[in-house]
Ligand binder design. Structure first.
Ligand code: HEC
Length: 191
């Protein structure tokens, strides 16, 4: 049977949660954000309706379990620096203000994209989702410091979103397969 590529790697790999501390994993599930990421997409409902109500001990148990998941770093075909180049001016125009010069994010601006599991998901669904639709997160799980991630569905076309995706996937030590405009178009169409 063919293995579907994972949209997110939750193991402690370079493409997964390897850079997260257990406190950051527990904080994300309990509050909707940590220094590594803020909630968006399907996780909004999971965190707002469910994990936010768990006890600190249960959150910690989940975090310790996730941090214990071993796994291999991704070694397959990856977006190249050349494929990423067309996305750079788009990043500088639309994204740098919050995600920083080297994708490092900032306490008052947004999460880091260097080492991000969303940016490096083998299947690009989550990455495309957050660029198309923004975070759309309820106030109950909003970071008090960050402005929400805006939606770009009406501002960037499929080719531009794919170019941005490739820039993020080929920069700052990130490694993940390329994103095509067709893939973005399918997701915009609801697939
Ligand atoms: C106004 C600030 C702002 C701008 C501009 C912005 N973002 Fe974001 N971004 C955020 C915040 C904040 C989050 C975390 C979700 C939340 O809390 O809203 C985020 C989350 C993300 C994530 C998910 C990261 C992860 O690991 O969870 C990606 C990928 C991303 N943004 C890419 C982009 C791209 C590409 C652009 C430009 C087209 C962009 N962002 C523009 C603030 C911003």
């Amino acid at each position: 049977m063919d293995r579907l590529p994972p949209p997110l790697d939750l193991a402690a790999t370079k493409q997964g949660l390897g850079a997260w501390t257990t406190e950051q994993i527990a904080g994300y599930l309990g509050k909707g954000y940590s220094a590594r990421a803020g909630s968006f997409g399907p996780m909004n409902a999971v965190i707002a309706n469910s994990t936010r109500h768990l006890t600190p001990a249960d959150l910690r148990a989940i975090a310790v379990y996730l941090a214990s998941l071993g796994g291999a770093d991704y070694e397959g075909p990856a977006a190249t620096a050349e494929e990423g180049r067309p996305g750079r001016p788009l990043y500088e125009e639309h994204c740098r203000e919050c995600h920083g010069d080297s994708g490092r994010g900032g306490l008052f601006d947004g999460p880091p994209l260097a080492g991000s599991a969303v940016v490096q998901g083998e299947d690009a669904s989550s990455l495309i989702n957050v660029i198309l639709y923004g975070s759309d997160r309820p106030e109950s799980i909003a970071s008090p410091a960050w402005e929400a991630m805006p939606a770009y569905a009406d501002r960037l076309d499929d080719g531009e979103i794919a170019a941005l995706g490739n820039y993020l996937r080929a920069s700052w030590g990130n490694r993940a397969p390329p994103v095509t405009p067709e893939r973005v178009a399918r997701q915009r169409g609801g697939d």
